[in-house]
Design a protein around this ligand. Structure first.
Ligand SMILES: Nc1ncnc2c1ncn2[C@@H]1O[C@H](COP(=O)(O)OP(=O)(O)OP(=O)(O)O)[C@@H](O)[C@H]1O
Length: 509
C-alpha cells in the first residue's frame, strides 16, 4: 500500500520579521519556513531584503520589535538564530571570506580551529587530510596544500562551504545559509555547488540559498520563498513551477508597487489548497457550480441576467441559502452565514451598494472601520487616533474625493462610496474578496483606481472573484473568466481569449 509521507519537520519558522535602517525599510513582516533536509531558495529582486534577512538571522543586524521566530521548535529572537546555536547553524557569506594566498588546509584551520598536538604545534598532516575530507564530502576532490586562489571559482565556493559547515556538530538537522554563492559562477560550475548543497540536504541538513538564477531554483531547489520590497510574497514547493511563473512572482504587479499596504500581506502558498474552492454549489438558480481560485488570481464571472451570475456573490458568502455543495476557504469548509464568511477572511462588496454596502448616515471613517470594530468591540465604534490615521491612509490610497474621513458617506458620489466600501475590506487584507458588479455607477477615473487597488490586493495574496455584467471590465481586470449559463460554467476564457468581444459572444451563447 502506498503511504504518503508527512511533511518534514520545520527547523526554522520566521514570522513577521521586520528590519528598518534609517530611512529604509529592508524587511517588512517577512516570513520564511524551512523544513528539514531541503534546499530552499530565498529569492527576490535587488534590494528586496534577502541579505538583510540572512544578516539578521546570523546576528549581524538586530531586528525591529515584534518578530516571531522558532528555531528547532523553540522561540528565539531573530538575531539569535545563529548565535544561539553556533554548532547547528552555519552561514556562507557572499564574499566567502577566504584568503586566496593561503592553502585550503590553512583556510579551513583559520575558519575553525587548527589540529594541534599537546604542545600546541599544528598537526599539518591531520589538518590537510581533514580539509580534504571536508571538501570530498561536498563532492570536491582537491589537494589541500594548494592555495585557494589557484582553485576555480566553484571549488572556492565549495571550500568556503566546507569551512562554514566544519563548525557544525553534525550535518543532520542543521541549518546552512548561503548568500548568493553562485553569483560569480559560470553555468557548469553552478552544478557542482548545488550538488554540494544536495549532499548536505541528503544528509539531513537544510540549506537556504540566495540566488538570482531561476534555472537553479527549478533544477535544484525543493522549496522557495520570494521576497518583494521586504515582504514575503510567495512560499512553497518548487515542484511543477515554471520559469515564467517564478519570474512573475519576483516582479509582481507594477500596479501595486506604489500602493503599499498597512494590512499584513499574505504570502501566496504555492502548494497549499486553493484560497477558494467551490464544489457543486447549488442555490436557487446556480445549478452545480465548481471552480477554484488560487491566491493572487482575479477570477472574472460573466453571465446574462438569470444565468446565476447575480446569485453567485451572495451564495458564496452565505447571504442567501445554499441548497447543496461546499465553499472552502484554504481547505476549510465555510459555514453558511455571512458571519462565518467574515470570520474566515472573506470580503464581500455587494451589488446593491445603497442597500447592503454602506451605512448611509455614518461617516466615511465609520464606514471604513465598521466590520473590524464591530467584531472586536461588540458593536462600539472605535475612534482612536490609530484608526483615524489608518483611515486617512486609505483615503489617500483609494484617492477618495473629497479626502475627508468625517464626511457623511451618502454625500459622496457613487464611485467614491464604492471606494470606501472597497477600502473597508482591503484594509483587512482579505483572503478572498468577492466583488459583485463593483463598478456600477463608477466613473472611468474611479474605475481605474479601483482596478489598480484590486490588482494590488491580488498581488498581495488575496484571491478575488470579480462578478460583472460588463465584459470590458472583465477583459481588463480578470486573469481568467468563467461564463455562467443556466447556473453552470458554460465557458472558461484564459490568456488571449479574454477579450471583451469573446466574453460577450460566450455570454450570449
Ligand atoms: N546597512 C544598511 N543601511 C541602510 N540600508 C540598508 C542596509 N543594508 C541594506 N539596506 C537596504 O535594505 C534594502 C534591502 O537590502 P538587501 O541587501 O537585504 O537586499 P537583497 O535582496 O539582498 O538585494 P541584492 O539582490 O541586490 O543583494 C535595500 O534597500 C538596501 O539598500
Amino acid at each position: 500500500m502506498a503511504t504518503i509521507s508527512p511533511p518534514a519537520e520545520l527547523l526554522l519558522e520566521v514570522e513577521s520579521l521586520s528590519k528598518t535602517f534609517p530611512g529604509q525599510v529592508a524587511l517588512d513582516r517577512a516570513s520564511l519556513h524551512v523544513r528539514r533536509g531541503e534546499v530552499h531558495a530565498l529569492l527576490g529582486l535587488n534590494g528586496s531584503g534577502k541579505s538583510t534577512m540572512i544578516k539578521v538571522l546570523s546576528g549581524y543586524h538586530r531586528e525591529d520589535e515584534g518578530s516571531v521566530v522558532r528555531l528547532f521548535g523553540t522561540a528565539v529572537p531573530a538575531h539569535q538564530v545563529r548565535p544561539s546555536h553556533p554548532r547547528r547553524v552555519a552561514v556562507l557569506h557572499q564574499d566567502l571570506g577566504l584568503l586566496p594566498g593561503m592553502s585550503v588546509a590553512e583556510n579551513m584551520g583559520i575558519g575553525t580551529a587548527f589540529r594541534r598536538s599537546a604542545t600546541g604545534r599544528i598537526r599539518w598532516r591531520e589538518q590537510r587530510s581533514e580539509a580534504a575530507a571536508a571538501c570530498r564530502r561536498l563532492g570536491l576532490e582537491v589537494d589541500p596544500s594548494l592555495p585557494v586562489g589557484a582553485l576555480d571559482a566553484s571549488a572556492q565556493v565549495l571550500v568556503g562551504l566546507a569551512r562554514a559547515i566544519a563548525s557544525l556538530e553534525r550535518i543532520e538537522g542543521s541549518l546552512v545559509f548561503a548568500d548568493e554563492p553562485t553569483a560569480a559562477l559560470a553555468h557548469r560550475d553552478v552544478d557542482r555547488v548545488f550538488a554540494g548543497f544536495r549532499e548536505l540536504a541528503t544528509a539531513g541538513a537544510s540549506v537556504v540559498v540566495v540566488t538570482h538564477r531561476l534555472e537553479e531554483v527549478i533544477s535544484y531547489c525543493d522549496a522557495l520563498t520570494v521576497l518583494r520590497d521586504g515582504r514575503t510574497v510567495a512560499e512553497g514547493r518548487t515542484a511543477g513551477l515554471e520559469r515564467a511563473e517564478l519570474a512573475s512572482l519576483l516582479t509582481g504587479s507594477t500596479d501595486g508597487a506604489d500602493l503599499g499596504s498597512e494590512g499584513q500581506a499574505r504570502p501566496i502558498v504555492l502548494d497549499g489548497p486553493p484560497a477558494l474552492r467551490v464544489h457543486r454549489l447549488r442555490g436557487r438558480v446556480v445549478e452545480s457550480l465548481s471552480f477554484e481560485v488560487p491566491a493572487g488570481e482575479v477570477l472574472g464571472i460573466a453571465g446574462l441576467v438569470g444565468s446565476g451570475r447575480e446569485e453567485l456573490g451572495p451564495l458564496l458568502v452565505g447571504a442567501v441559502p445554499r441548497v447543496a455543495g461546499e465553499v472552502c476557504v484554504v481547505g476549510t469548509v465555510l459555514g453558511p452565514t455571512p458571519r462565518a464568511a467574515t470570520r474566515a477572511g472573506v470580503g464581500f462588496v455587494p451589488a446593491d451598494r445603497k442597500r447592503h454596502g454602506i451605512l448611509a448616515t455614518m461617516s466615511v471613517g465609520q464606514n471604513m472601520t465598521v466590520n473590524k470594530e464591530i467584531a472586536r468591540l461588540g458593536g462600539a465604534w472605535l475612534d482612536s487616533g490609530l484608526a483615524r490615521a489608518e483611515v486617512d491612509q486609505w483615503i489617500d490610497r483609494v484617492r477618495l474625493d473629497p479626502p475627508d474621513r468625517r464626511r457623511r458617506i451618502s454625500l459622496l458620489s457613487g464611485g467614491n462610496q464604492q471606494k470606501v466600501v472597497l477600502a473597508r475590506w482591503l484594509r483587512r487584507s482579505p483572503r478572498i474578496l468577492v466583488l459583485d458588479d463593483p463598478m456600477q455607477g463608477v466613473d472611468v477615473a474611479a474605475k481605474r483606481a479601483i482596478y489598480r487597488i484590486v490588482r494590488a490586493a491580488a498581488a498581495e495574496g488575496s484571491a478575488i472573484v470579480l462578478i460583472s455584467s460588463d465584459a470590458t471590465e472583465l477583459a481588463e481586470a480578470a486573469d481568467r473568466v468563467l461564463v455562467l449559463r443556466d447556473g453552470r460554467v458554460g465557458a472558461e476564457l484564459t490568456g488571449q481569449e479574454r477579450t471583451s468581444e469573446r466574453i460577450v459572444m460566450e455570454v450570449e451563447g
